[in-house]
Design a protein. Structure first.
Length: 443
């Protein structure tokens, strides 16, 4: 079997190890010319990395590579394209697989499910979009193991198999700079459920029509969360199947949006077991993932929060609403093709006292959206704006200093940019790390 690994990143390296163990003849294909290819392995690097792919039997694309990019140069290879997720679902030895997708909340929900399963004594593994290739733990799985996969639309674009339990969280506009349109984005999400049968379960967010529509793509049993019979908030009590798990006041996760993630995780876990103590022990102690409303430090009565993972206007909204205190909000980044009118209305009517806008005005590969945010805010009557958009962008020390200069004791400084990071940073983690370093360096 002749296999081409398209993109030699973390996923690509795990795919290489897997197909090598299957005895495949492998060629590494990557746009970068400085990729370190294993000794003795063939490669196609640089501009021609996608040339002549019809010579291979299997094309394993990395998640960030749209299938259409492959087909533009090789129109006859559609049936050969696969991905690590698709192959993993084919060979996974356990049926206890939970797939989680949605616009935001996937990482938190997937982690909660995994931790509850572990607290219940299950042999559980977490992989996918969290940065852990599922091939990396394939050899550790048995028929009794549990697998939780966080799955992005990129990973689901050409998936042809569905997990036993699928979870669709809130859906909003996202990645429209990658997808051709919103239909392609939601269609990719729907692949998670499309191949389910009547023995499977399709869990969806009861208050989001797109989530319900996506979960309806297959024959799995439809089950809402945030409303009975799934987990929901009754008063201030998180309840499922008549069982009271804990109160919302006991949750360590900030923000009402995390009530949704908690209910989604609890509903998914409940399809396998119903250990109230295990669920409660996790939900009342888990403080969240890095770069998700993460408290960095308090200085001079001002609390600094890193929400760099929030890359859409919708996540900006929930971050703003997570705090009642006056806020200095840091916005701006690269363009994802979305609008900011709803976010501007929230900012105008909430306790945001100042917006600090950052952006690189000269990055043509990833143009900044910060000019658009500035204009939208002013159109909605909000003009308390410190505009740091400039050639090559400000450094994070300048951004933090600008926020600090207007923050007073009792305020929140909130990095929740509502934008992608690529005009100034390698990714959202790099942006969050630089923010935390700048905050921790404040005297």
């Amino acid at each position: 079997m002749k296999v081409a690994i398209l993109g030699f990143d973390i996923d690509g390296k795990a795919s290489f190890d897997y197909y090598k163990s299957q005895g495949a003849e492998i060629t590494i294909c990557d746009q970068k010319t400085d990729v370190e290819v294993p000794n003795g392995v063939a490669s196609q690097l640089g501009d021609g990395y996608l040339d002549n792919l019809d010579q291979f039997d299997v094309l394993v694309r990395t998640a960030g590579m749209p299938p259409r990019v492959i087909l533009e140069k090789n129109p006859g290879v559609a049936g050969k394209i696969t991905s690590q997720i698709n192959e993993f679902l084919r060979v996974c030895p356990t049926k206890n697989v939970i797939g989680v997708t949605g616009t935001k909340g996937k990482g938190t929900t997937s982690t909660l499910i995994t931790k509850i399963l572990e607290a219940d004594g299950k042999h559980a593994f977490l992989g996918g979009n969290v940065g852990i290739p599922p091939f990396s733990f394939l050899d550790k799985l048995t028929a009794d193991s549990y697998v939780v996969l966080e799955l992005s639309s990129f990973q689901l674009m050409d998936v042809q198999r569905s997990p036993h339990v699928g979870v669709c969280l809130m859906i909003a506009q996202e990645h429209l700079n990658w997808h051709e349109d919103m239909d392609e984005y939601t269609g990719a999400k729907a692949h998670l459920f499309e191949y389910q049968n009547s023995d499977d379960v399709a869990i969806y967010f009861a208050e989001n029509d797109l989530s319900k529509e996506i979960a309806a793509a297959g024959a799995g049993r439809k089950l809402p969360y945030f409303r009975s019979p799934g987990a929901f908030v009754n008063g201030n009590m998180i309840t499922i199947d008549g069982a009271e798990i804990c109160t919302t006041d006991e949750l360590k996760l900030l923000g009402k949006h995390n009530w949704q993630n908690v209910c989604a995780a609890l509903t998914a876990y409940w399809q396998f077991d119903k250990n109230i103590d295990a669920a409660r022990s996790v939900l009342t102690t888990f403080t969240g993932l890095e770069h998700r409303l993460e408290l960095v430090r308090e200085l001079d009565g001002v609390k600094y929060y890193d929400d760099s993972f929030g890359t859409t206007p919708e996540t900006g909204t929930v971050a703003i609403r997570a705090f009642a205190q006056p806020k200095v909000l840091i916005l701006g980044g690269s363009d994802k093709g979305v609008e900011f009118d709803d976010l501007a209305e929230v900012i105008k009517n909430d306790t945001v006292k100042q917006v600090v806008l950052m952006g690189n005005s000269t990055n043509t590969d990833n143009p900044t959206v910060s000019h658009k945010i500035d204009q939208t805010l002013r159109e909605h009557g909000f003009d308390a704006i410190t505009n740091l958009v400039k050639p090559n962008g400000p450094n994070m020390e300048e951004v933090v200093a600008a926020a600090r200069s207007v923050a007073e004791s009792g305020d929140i400084v909130l990095l929740s940019t509502s934008s992608a990071s690529f005009d100034m940073f390698h990714n959202y983690k790099d942006r969050g790390d630089q923010f935390k370093a700048a905050v921790n360096n404040l005297g």
